[in-house]
Design a protein around this ligand. Structure first.
Ligand SMILES: Cc1ncc(COP(=O)(O)O)c(C=O)c1O
Length: 392
């Protein structure tokens, strides 16, 4: 079955009782049992719920594996993996460019209980091997990364990770399973902020963990019930609805990102564009090899001041200023003051995360409107500069 067909048909038969084409929302906390302990596979909705089970089955199909557990947020999903695999004294290797919330949970929750976080520049040959020790339990990467859209060679990282006896976790939020299949490249666990492209409509918060191997999956699945960070049946249903257009949406997101990246790249007020689809992007060749498209996100450094960035991001017509990404409605974000504000300024500088970096999440609007809105913002900036120059 092709990807688009899976999003609509895989694990989604019409409801047997009524023929309802779309699965109902099983909005229930508990289930009537025939006799004590005799039930139809459902006994309490923290443990299992038919709407949630259906979503988990669909996500597993889309990532090409058997096992999936969904959580109340992407970070709850991350927490399940970290809690399952990191005990005091254990080590985890992460790259320099990592989602701010991942950095925070590791440094504020897991480091204080004695876990060792080794943050290293994985784009430097040999850096990963040097960071791996006999205590390394996990290597955790995103690709493309948030917010600079760096691309890591997942297959090479998987090989080095496995040689050290550790597991590779890939946060596949930015690519989505439509553009990237990390299990085919050697990942052991895939995590998602379902909040983003999978949900796709900026109307829910949700996370997922997927695994190929039941033994690897089991401790993560255990924590779904044991710690209870589960999403509501309604939110699961919303994701099931959003997933049906995942391929169509990803295609438009990518088309928009490409048009925007090329327009910004040619603009004199833009110092640098981060988009894996540009031949000048350092990860372009790897992205071409390991992805089927370059994703829907674009970041760029404005050749200007932080104040100019603030003015630019605050006054766009079609890009709402907001955290998050991956919805049909375009968003713009200033990582240094928003998503990555939890990373101290000196750390951000070390990570190469400029204070003038702008992150765009183009939605599914028409590319001409989005490009025009950004060009208009840059023209306004130029005019403001000229006005100041005229006064002086
Ligand atoms: C790459 C990535 N991973 C994980 C998360 C966390 O997901 P959530 O906000 O659903 O908890 C985010 C959120 O922005 C993210 O961008």
């Amino acid at each position: 079955m092709e990807f688009a067909t899976k999003t609509i048909h895989a694990a989604q038969p019409s409801e047997p009782e009524t023929g309802s084409l779309i699965a109902p929302i099983f909005q229930t906390s508990t289930y009537e049992q025939e006799a004590p302990g005799v039930n139809s596979g459902f006994d309490y909705s923290r443990t299992n719920n038919p709407t949630r089970a259906r979503l988990e089955a669909v996500l597993a199909e889309l990532e090409g594996v058997k096992y999936c557990a969904v959580y109340g947020s992407g970070l709850a999903a991350e927490n399940a993996v970290l809690q399952a695999y990191l005990k005091p004294g254990d080590e985890i290797v992460i790259p320099l460019d990592v989602y701010g919330g991942t950095y925070r949970i590791l440094n504020k929750v897991f480091q204080p209980i004695g876990c060792v976080i080794r943050q290293t520049d994985l784009s430097v040959p040999g850096a990963l091997e040097a960071a791996l020790t006999s205590k390394t339990k996990l290597v955790w990467i995103e690709s493309p990364t948030n917010p600079r859209l760096l691309v890591y060679d997942i297959a090479a990282i998987a090989a080095a990770t496995h040689a050290a006896g550790a597991l590779l976790v890939v946060d596949n939020t930015f690519a989505s399973p439509y553009f990237q299949q990390p299990f085919q490249l050697g990942a052991d666990l895939v995590v998602h902020s379902v909040t983003k492209y999978l949900g796709g409509h900026s109307d829910l918060i949700q996370g997922a963990v997927l695994a190929r191997d039941p033994v690897v999956f089991e401790p993560v699945k255990f924590l779904q019930n044991a710690t209870g960070a589960v999403p509501s049946p309604f939110d699961c249903w919303l994701t099931l609805r959003g997933l049906k257009t995942l391929e169509l949406r990803m295609q438009r997101h990518a088309e928009n990102a490409d048009a925007i990246a090329r327009a910004l790249d040619a603009h004199p007020l833009v110092r640098r564009v981060y988009f894996p689809g540009l031949a000048s992007h350092p990860g372009h060749a790897i992205a071409k090899r390991q992805m089927t498209g370059f994703g829907g996100m674009v970041s760029f450094e404005l050749d200007g001041t932080v104040e100019e960035v603030v003015s630019f991001v605050s006054s766009r017509r079609f890009f709402a200023l907001g955290e998050s990404l991956g919805g049909v409605k375009s968003l713009v974000c200033h990582p240094a003051r928003m998503t990555h504000a939890s990373i101290p300024a000196e750390e951000r500088a070390k990570l190469g995360l400029a204070d003038t970096l702008v992150r765009l999440s183009p939605g599914c609007e028409h590319p001409r409107d989005l490009v025009a809105d950004l060009e208009q913002g840059l023209a306004e900036l130029e005019q403001a500069r000229q006005a100041v120059g005229a006064i002086v």
